[in-house]
Design a protein around this ligand. Sequence first.
Ligand SMILES: Nc1ncnc2c1ncn2[C@@H]1O[C@H](COP(=O)(O)OP(=O)(O)OP(=O)(O)O)[C@@H](O)[C@H]1O
Ligand SMILES: [Mg+2]
Length: 458
Amino acid sequence: MSVTIRDTMTDSALFGNQFSGDSWSAWRALLAGFYGLELDEAEQEHWQSLTGRTEPTQPHDELWLAVGRRGGKSQCAALLAVYEAAFRDHTDKLSPGEVATVAVLAADRKQARTVFRYVSGLLRSNPMTEQLIIREDKEAIELANRTAIEITTASFRATRGYTFAMVIADEIAFWRSEDSANPDSEIIAAVRPGLATLGGPLVALSSPYARRGELWEHYRKHYAQESSILVAQASSRYMNPGLPERVVSEAYERDPESAKAEYGGEFRTDVESFVTREVLEACTRPNPLEAPRDSDHTYHAFIDPAGGGADEFCVSIGHVEGNRLAVDLVRGRKGQPASITAEFADLLKEYGIRKAQSDRYGGDWPRDEFHRHGITVEPAGRAKSELYGDFLAVLNSERVELPPDTVMFNQFLNLERRTSRGGRDSIDHGPGGHDDRANAVAGLGAAVRQTRPKAGAW
Ligand SMILES: Nc1ncnc2c1ncn2[C@@H]1O[C@H](COP(=O)(O)OP(=O)(O)OP(=O)(O)O)[C@@H](O)[C@H]1O
Ligand SMILES: [Mg+2]
């Protein structure tokens, strides 16, 4: 008899010490049903409330989970990884020399480290699995049975050329990338061929976020439907009853909309996309990335300063042509603010610009620093949300020409509008995202309008 996922969670000779308690009963029912095991009555109740489905009859190909924070997702991701790698035999389907990889893709390094610690901890908690380990480094653990567990951040590099026994996508609703507006879709599409050889399952677990992306699409199509793609949804405390009620109620008091998603496991209804891809594409010129100065035009600039760290220090330059604002360039730089200021000041002078606007939260430092280079910088009159709000009308009516800058494009595409009851809408980047280049371009729009109050559209 082969070991089942339920055995690993209940048998004290396996990982029963960790997963056999009552607090893990919802997880045990869900994972047993996912592998098509027969459920007892209590498990059946969990199954129905988690998935909206009748009894499982066979193993599923995919598991998509919308579960609140602290609900045990990463811990169970680690258990699944260890189960697939250590307890399932893939060798008959492997070519000589081929290794079956269980890949765990996390939203960022910190989360990848958390899952790695869970995986390593599980393997080492049991002498039987511990002795399987033949190599362990920072991202991978190789086992003696020709399997390996690799834990990395979600990226395209991480997904090519592998034969996967299982792919686990942790916090997929929060994957972000500078190179792609939809890293979740692109990475999932990239790993599917690698799963095909072994018929390995795909498991995506995340706290839910907005009503878009792969998690939402799978939820929308497959929740409570009978299909080989299993979708489950639960609050944090349903999956982890040990989570203190206080933590949850305080979150609801602070921000109910956010807490409904973070701890309630529900998709947010107050977060919408700011602009569509089609609208942005219609406004984007194919080339050049940066248009050189033309002495017939008068140029304007907007600066979004940053003082090091993860944000980019950005500048955008543009001019008005007819009823359109042509954005000649947008640049983003990371590094030493003083040297970036010097570079940007030279750039502005190239375009004959002596006066620019900047983000109004930039503080005095950028103004003083640009002043030293002979450029006058004034703070923008409006807040970021307002700049974006105005810029949307400009985008929708194609009164702007954008440069083909991928980072800026994806930043615009990932902007979110949040409606707040009673208050005004706010427009900003999503969790973990950036919008510095988009902000510089929208700011340019407002700055130009200010200097040409009577000139029609611009
Ligand atoms: N059902 C449970 N019973 C007992 N402890 C649990 C349960 N679920 C989670 N825990 C504990 O709660 C902590 C958080 O678990 P884990 O990191 O797996 O959750 P998560 O859903 O990935 O959280 P996050 O949303 O913060 O990433 C861990 O210490 C874990 O052991
Ligand atoms: Mg987690």
